[in-house]
Design a protein around this ligand. Structure first.
Ligand SMILES: Cc1cc2nc3c(=O)[nH]c(=O)nc-3n(C[C@H](O)[C@H](O)[C@H](O)COP(=O)(O)O)c2cc1C
Length: 172
């Protein structure tokens, strides 16, 4: 039944450190609070990313664009527990400013989060992260998406089916 919430925005959750990064694709990402700035991610209990986040207490939400789709699919279909998926990717992992988890140079934004809470939600762990730093590319102008120059990724569901938004900005 969750399929009826789709299409959903698709993100990369980066855990680990710059020497051994592990990116994982995630649709289940949601803002939670303005003050403090909190964001939530639902991570399946069996994911390698879950273990890394629990060990280190931080993660980065990297915002991919449609050009990175091949790597987005790879990050979401291979587990870092089984192989170093990063070796098959063309992404560049760079140091973040405030957390150990790295950022991705090619992404439109990198949202650095420290875990402030986590709890079980059925077969997932819901991690609540406090945003401690953000870096963004020119896909954003004045902290706002420049919709004409920014093709963010949306997951249609049922496997590798994706789309991106129209570049029409509707102003009411
Ligand atoms: C488009 C897409 C969205 C996904 N969204 C989530 C999600 O929100 N939460 C989750 O736990 N897994 C999600 N997955 C599955 C994980 O990305 C996948 O199991 C991944 O291989 C886990 O990597 P890891 O074991 O290295 O952490 C998604 C996969 C894809 C392709």
């Amino acid at each position: 039944m969750l399929r009826y919430l789709y299409p959903m925005r698709t993100f990369l959750i980066v855990a680990g450190d710059v020497k051994k990064p592990n990116p994982m694709t995630a649709d289940w990402v949601t803002p939670l609070s303005f003050n403090p700035q909190l964001v939530g991610i639902a991570i399946g209990k069996s994911r390698y990313t879950r273990r890394l986040i629990e060990e280190q207490g931080d993660f980065v939400i990297a915002v991919p664009t449609i050009e990175l789709l091949r790597d987005v699919w790879l990050a979401g279909s291979v587990s870092g527990a089984r192989e170093n998926k990063v070796e098959r990717m063309s992404l560049t992992f760079i140091k973040s400013k405030k957390v150990k988890a790295p950022s991705i140079k090619e992404c439109a934004a990198n949202i650095e989060c420290r875990v402030v809470n986590s709890f079980e939600t059925g077969d997932h762990i819901f991690f609540v992260g406090e945003i401690v730093n953000v870096t963004a590319s020119d896909a954003f102008k004045n902290d706002t998406p420049d919709i004409a120059n920014y093709k963010f990724v949306m997951h249609v569901g049922r496997g590798p089916n994706f789309t991106y938004q129209s570049d029409e900005l509707i102003k009411l």
